[in-house]
Design a protein around this ligand. Structure first.
Ligand SMILES: Cc1cc2nc3c(=O)[nH]c(=O)nc-3n(C[C@H](O)[C@H](O)[C@H](O)COP(=O)(O)O)c2cc1C
Length: 214
């Protein structure tokens, strides 16, 4: 037949395409679960700085709830809350919020708060503050963020939630007062939100699960 070579080439190409498709599909199947597990482990790891001193036995990342902006937490982007449990008992909430008024824009923060409203850790997730000035908020560069551990809405009282040079109880950063002011304000606002919304924070269904899908 005159078109036999064309037919042969067509069949060969179709077989190659089928083999490639099967290879891609099986590779995806094999790696998909591992990637998801790695992402989960990475997330759980990155939440650790906000969990110091807590006893909990829940996975944290699956309790995630996104609070769409606008909301009453600091920042104009969506906020995220991870709930932490021991058995069925809530023990803490981890907030991902933004301090709006950093020197160079928003500073993304992870703030851990235990069930009694006490700070369990603050970690700077991202920022654009100036190297050598505002960037000492990073825990790899200084212990500045550690000073909030153990503090709460009433410790200090409202007037103390400022840097020392403004009459408050918290250390500033030499030559960089704008950055600390922004972070202190965001932490205090987050504590205020938790105090006012504690029950709702733990009652909200996790992402991907609406109120009626139980
Ligand atoms: C180029 C440049 C970058 C600066 N970056 C920061 C910064 O990242 N964070 C900050 O708080 N202040 C920064 N400052 C200083 C602020 O303008 C302001 O002077 C300072 O925060 C006031 O702190 P002080 O009252 O302790 O001197 C920067 C200043 C300049 C000129």
């Amino acid at each position: 037949m005159a078109d036999t070579p064309v037919l042969k080439s067509g069949i060969t190409l179709a077989v190659i395409a089928a083999i490639c498709t099967a290879l891609v599909a099986s590779t995806y199947q094999l790696t998909h679960e591992r990637i998801a597990a790695n992402e989960q482990a990475w997330l759980e790891q990155s939440l650790q700085p906000a969990l110091s001193g807590l006893f909990f036995d829940s996975g944290v990342s699956e309790s995630r709830v996104t609070i769409p902006a606008p909301h009453a937490l600091p920042g104009s982007e969506d906020a995220v809350i991870y709930r932490v449990y021991s058995g069925d008992t809530p023990v803490a909430a981890l907030f991902v919020v933004s301090a709006r008024d950093g020197y160079a824009g928003a500073i993304r923060l992870l703030i851990g708060v235990d069930i009694d409203g006490v700070v369990t850790g603050v970690h700077v997730l991202s920022h654009r503050e100036t190297p050598g000035l505002g960037d000492r908020i990073e825990s790899t560069k200084s212990d500045w963020v550690k000073q909030f551990d153990g503090r709460s809405l009433t410790d200090p009282q409202a007037s103390g939630w400022k840097i020392r040079r403004d009459g408050g109880e918290f250390d500033q950063l030499t030559g960089a007062s704008v950055t600390p002011r922004a972070i202190i304000k965001a932490i205090r606002e987050t504590l205020g939100y938790f105090d006012a919304n504690r029950a709702a924070v733990f009652a909200a269904p996790p992402d991907g699960q609406d109120e009626t899908s139980e």
